[in-house]
Design a protein around this ligand. Structure first.
Ligand code: TEU
Length: 558
């Protein structure tokens, strides 16, 4: 089994973790779907990029109705992604390269093809098999109405009625996501015991931790009461105003998991919460002492490209996390949101969700990439940990013109084809500009078509090219490590109302120009790295960020 003892004991505090979405990272066997041997073959690229860890999105056995977030066997690999032996090879290679490997854990729901759910269907009402999930009788005269008014996050009702073994119309089961993702009942000790065993199964194999899917959803308000707020009201309320999200009991589950993980360290095996929770003080509850280690800072990801908003989010994130002694975990992109090189390419701020279709207003790719590079340059200068999403180091835009008929995200289906969904962020990566499928697979097959624009973004077209996004990321990661920025402390030099963010982290000064005019960096500015070229007279253009050696004289306050 893999030995990860070479990692620093507290490697995760300032780690930069690269999210691999296995289906779309690299395909080794030519079937057009990425796989684990494909990942292993490219781990050296990630080590060279300069990240500390890799997070793998699910590769478990799954019917892939939600791209693997519908798990039918938590202890096996889906044949499309490889085998358990491939996991071992991957972990061994990662260890050689000094990379920690974090895997995805999906505890809120299983696949409807999981043996537990199949057994629940067969066993009928009132059985212990049903008690692992949230089966309820319907309302109405004959139980023909769902037990409550909850909706699925993907669209449509949150409940589906089953046919009982005798053929009669039966109970309903809850699914906060797709119909093929029945929610587990976390008040059932059998569920808790099973997941502790799953944790151990993977920890024993040598993983360095888990990203916990929908970490804020496992506990529901007892009695499953109706949701009494409208969508519009909920937008302004704390997340826990909804009876299915961020309920108080949820942290008890993680306290128990933490004990399991602590039995394996050092180095620390981590838990990272995927919890879309506001306000930040509630989010901080997930990373109090004795609970999880990290929780994605989605407020930063969701912030408009606007100086005051960014500063507020950065401050609020640092404050709320430091109050519980946890680092902030910064992130700008993942497989669920519009890639930041496109999200930031609209003149008006747009939210991270939804997806973009061919007939929608299109982002400006030049503006988007320029801002994305500046945003990453800011993010990687901030104290704490950070996550990168595969392809962002290539400056990849979202695929915004995917033909509707190839869309695979259940969001597209369940929203009644009103929301594009997340496929545009999940397109196979371009590795080689002049190869079929841009080198994603040896046959050129790709499970989603790649846009022609990906040619210019191919890794081989950027490697060694001065000014490329790939080289920018490499420089940022090298300098971040050298100056220990993840362990530093942020001190603002600019005023809160300034259109320029000017801050200091240890020996590095960071300037981000969000105003309209180029900014003078001072007479002896020593620029370590910049997200884009400076003007001819050495000024920092709009939507550009730079790291400078601190100590150079400050610019006139903006
Ligand atoms: O996402 C959970 C989540 O809370 C949502 O933001 C989700 O992205 C949104 O509803 C999409 O419109 C996690 C995974 O990251 C996502 O890929 C899965 O689909 C989801 O859980 C269900 O497992």
């Amino acid at each position: 089994m893999t030995d990860i003892r070479a990692l620093a004991p507290d490697w995760w505090i300032d780690a930069v973790t690269y999210q691999v979405y296995p289906r779309s990272f690299a395909d080794s066997d030519g079937d057009g779907t990425g796989d684990l041997p494909g990942v292993t073959a490219r781990l050296a690229y990630l080590a060279e990029l300069g990240v500390d860890a890799v997070w793998l999105s699910p590769f478990y056995r799954s019917p892939l109705h939600d791209a693997g977030y519908d798990v039918s066997d938590y202890r096996d690999v889906d044949p499309r992604f490889g085998t358990l032996a491939d996991v071992d090879v991957l972990l061994a290679r990662a260890e050689e390269l000094g990379l920690a490997v974090v895997i995805d854990l999906v505890p809120n729901h299983t696949s409807s093809e999981h043996p537990w759910f199949q057994a629940a269907l067969a066993a009928g009402r009132g059985s212990p098999e049903r008690a692992r999930y949230l089966f309820r009788d319907g309302r109405g005269k004959d139980g023909e109405l769902p037990p409550n008014n909850w909706r699925s996050g993907f669209g449509g009702p949150g409940w589906t009625r089953v046919t009982e073994p005798d053929g009669s119309p039966g109970q309903w089961y809850l699914h906060l996501f797709d119909v093929t993702q029945p929610d587990l009942d976390w008040t059932n000790p059998e569920v808790a015991a099973e997941f502790e065993a799953v944790l151990r199964f993977w920890l024993d194999r040598g993983v360095a931790g888990f990203r916990v899917d929908v970490a804020h959803g496992l506990v529901k308000t007892p009695g499953l009461p109706d949701l009494t707020h409208t969508r519009e009201e909920l937008a302004d309320l704390p997340t826990n105003a909804a009876p299915m999200w961020d309920q108080d009991g949820v942290q008890e589950i993680y306290t128990a998991w933490r004990r399991v993980l602590d039995g394996y360290g050092p180095p620390t095996r981590i838990l990272c919460a995927e919890a879309w929770v506001t306000p930040p003080e509630r989010m901080a509850r997930y990373v109090r002492p004795g609970q999880m280690h990290q929780s994605f800072g989605f407020d930063f990801l969701s912030s408009p490209w606007e100086p005051r908003a960014l500063r507020r989010v950065v401050d609020a994130s640092l404050e709320s996390m430091s109050a519980v002694g946890a680092p902030v975990t910064w992130v700008l992109s993942n497989h669920d949101v519009v890639r930041h090189a496109s999200r930031l390419g609209f003149p008006q701020p747009v939210g991270p969700a939804g997806g973009i279709r061919a007939h929608d207003p299109q982002p400006d790719p030049v503006l988007g990439l320029r801002r994305a590079r500046a945003a990453t340059t800011l993010m990687l200068a901030l104290p704490g940990a950070a996550y990168l999403y595969q392809g962002e180091e290539l400056g990849l835009p979202e695929h915004t013109t995917l033909p509707d008929e190839v869309r695979d995200d259940p969001v597209w289906l369940r929203s009644g084809h009103t929301e594009a969904g997340r496929d545009g962020a999940r397109v196979p990566l371009p590795w080689v500009a002049d190869a079929p499928g841009f080198g994603f697979s040896p046959t050129g097959r790709t499970w989603l078509p790649q846009p022609e624009a990906y040619r210019d973004h191919a890794a081989d077209a950027q490697s060694g090219v001065l000014g490329s996004t790939l080289e920018l990321y490499r420089s940022l990661l090298r300098l971040r490590r050298e100056f220990r920025l993840g362990r530093g402390e942020l001190v603002w030099a600019s005023t809160p109302r300034s259109t320029v963010l000017d801050l200091r982290n240890g020996d590095v000064r960071v300037v981000v120009n969000l105003g309209s005019r180029p900014v003078d960096l001072g007479p002896d500015a020593d620029v370590l790295v910049a997200s884009g070229p400076l003007t001819r007279n050495g000024r920092l253009p709009r939507d550009t960020a730079a790291w400078l050696r601190a100590g150079t004289s400050p610019r006139r306050p903006a």
